[in-house]
Design a binder for this molecule. Structure first.
Ligand SMILES: Nc1ncnc2c1ncn2[C@@H]1O[C@H](COP(=O)(O)OP(=O)(O)O)[C@@H](O)[C@H]1O
Ligand SMILES: [Mg+2]
Length: 435
């Protein structure tokens, strides 16, 4: 073959990729979101959580095509296709799979079961019996959960026990609970997240979208979910930073602007993390997050990082409670007299906020909601930002959820979020009252 032309090897390796296979072998045109979703599950060990507007092509363009790719790409592999209700598997997913039967004349196609001559199998399952998920092991196991919002947690536990090499959750957004929701919030670090709106799908007409918006309103829960693929807000569980605000801030960050530096240290207590976050202008980064049970060596590391970042003590604040105090005292002895912030102390705005910790979180939340900050690409941070709730206390002040209460919901101490929001915090100027 002449140089410069695509070699047979190139073609084969392209066809080995899920989107190469879908376009090259199945001859399907894919939208960019679908290519991204397929690329996200190419690697072994990958997990994808994709929420999408209604009728975007989840079942026909993603679930069905990934299942066929997996069966062809890995001989002897196993693909399980499941959904909240068996009807979805039998009447939606498998008919989409059978559309390609003409390309694979030597395969066995049954109602919810497909076998290839190379020993690969695709099985459709009902999800109301976790027991049926036991014992499926394979060197190449792909589990695809269509309409994952209605699959109960017990089924996901059973799926996890099978240790799939690839896991795909796709769904229209559902309630703010269950595995599918957690894949976007408290279990964010384990998944590649994607959101597909109606606007990402040229087959959904702008006229139809416009009609829905006029009929129900831009901010109606139906339109937020059906067109924009957002989880519905739930007023009974007020999040300091709603997922939709975080997503909007990450997707449309502002132009970087230079400005003064402000750093915040969060010191580990026991098994937690030491974190140093630095804001410069409208950009905030986590310089380092690490575990170290030895507070004195952690102290040395903080100083090394301060110097590396060119910070002076006056630009640095830190949480001065519990274990933080001896560390701050030691830093002071070593010439680093950094600002002490005590979360439980009254806020500057005593009318609005129950304490300083709340003020830091609520002002940070406002900044994120207004899309005014460039946040680091750190999934653990993102998880922590969206997991904390707030409530009004008896004096009518806003109060963020206490950490022991978060722990009782199975959440870790939000050290990275504390540092990032601490670095963003500019103490409000004292109000000058008219005489
Ligand atoms: N890329 C595409 N081009 C044209 N039509 C599409 C495309 N993706 C989906 N469709 C059509 O949109 C409809 C909904 O697809 P479906 O896969 O059932 O969506 P979902 O599972 O997201 O609800 C089907 O009629 C399908 O043929
Ligand atoms: Mg579907």
């Amino acid at each position: 073959m002449k140089q410069g032309l695509v070699s047979q090897n190139d073609i084969e390796s392209l066809l080995h990729l899920p989107y190469g296979f879908a376009m090259g072998v199945l001859d399907v045109n894919l939208y960019p979101w679908c290519i991204e979703a397929m690329a996200a599950v190419n690697e072994r060990g990958s997990s994808l959580a994709l929420k999408a507007a209604n009728g975007t092509g989840k079942t026909s363009r993603l679930v069905a095509l990934l299942a066929l790719w997996h069966a062809v790409a890995f001989k002897g592999s196993l693909t399980l296709v499941t959904a909240g209700v068996f009807r979805q598997v039998k009447e939606q997913a498998f008919p989409e799979l059978r559309k390609y039967q003409y390309l694979f004349s030597d395969w066995k196609f049954l109602e919810t079961e497909i076998e290839t001559p190379t020993g690969s199998r695709i099985y459709g399952f009902s999800t109301d019996d976790a027991g049926r998920f036991e014992g499926w092991h394979n060197d190449n196991l792909l589990v695809i959960c269509d309409e994952a919002k209605s699959i109960p947690d017990e089924i996901f536990q059973a799926i996890e026990r099978c240790q799939p090499q690839r896991l795909v959750l796709v769904s229209s957004p559902g309630p703010r609970k269950g595995k599918f929701y957690r894949a976007f919030t408290s279990e964010r670090r384990f998944f590649h997240q994607m959101t597909v709106t109606a606007y990402d799908c040229p087959h959904i007409s702008d006229t139809w979208i416009q009609e829905q918006i006029e009929k129900y309103g831009e901010d109606s829960p139906l339109v937020r979910s059906m067109i924009y693929a957002e989880f519905p807000d739930d007023d009974s569980e007020q999040s300091v930073i709603p997922l939709s605000s975080l997503e909007a801030c990450l997707d449309n960050p502002p132009e970087p602007e230079d400005g003064s530096a402000h750093a915040f240290c969060d010191f580990a207590a026991g098994g937690d993390e030491n974190v140093l976050a630095v804001r410069r202008g409208n950009q905030v980064k986590i310089v380092k997050a690490w575990r170290d049970r030895n507070t004195m060596s952690a102290c040395g590391e903080f100083i090394r990082l301060f110097k590396q970042e060119g910070l002076s003590a006056s630009q640095i604040s830190a949480d001065a409670s519990g274990l933080g105090i001896p560390i701050l005292d030691r830093l002071n002895e070593l010439g680093w007299k950094i600002n002490r912030i005590r979360n439980e102390k009254p806020a500057k705005d005593t009318e609005a906020y129950a304490n300083t910790g709340t003020e830091i979180w609520m002002l940070g939340a406002q900044l994120i909601k207004s899309g005014g900050v460039i946040l680091p690409n750190d999934k653990v941070l993102h998880e922590q930002l969206v997991s904390r709730r707030y409530a009004l206390n008896s004096r009518g002040q806003v109060q963020v959820e206490p950490k022991p209460k978060m722990a009782s919901r199975g959440l870790q101490s939000p050290d990275r979020a504390d540092s990032v929001l601490g670095a963003l915090y500019q103490r409000p100027k004292k109000r000058i009252l008219a005489a």
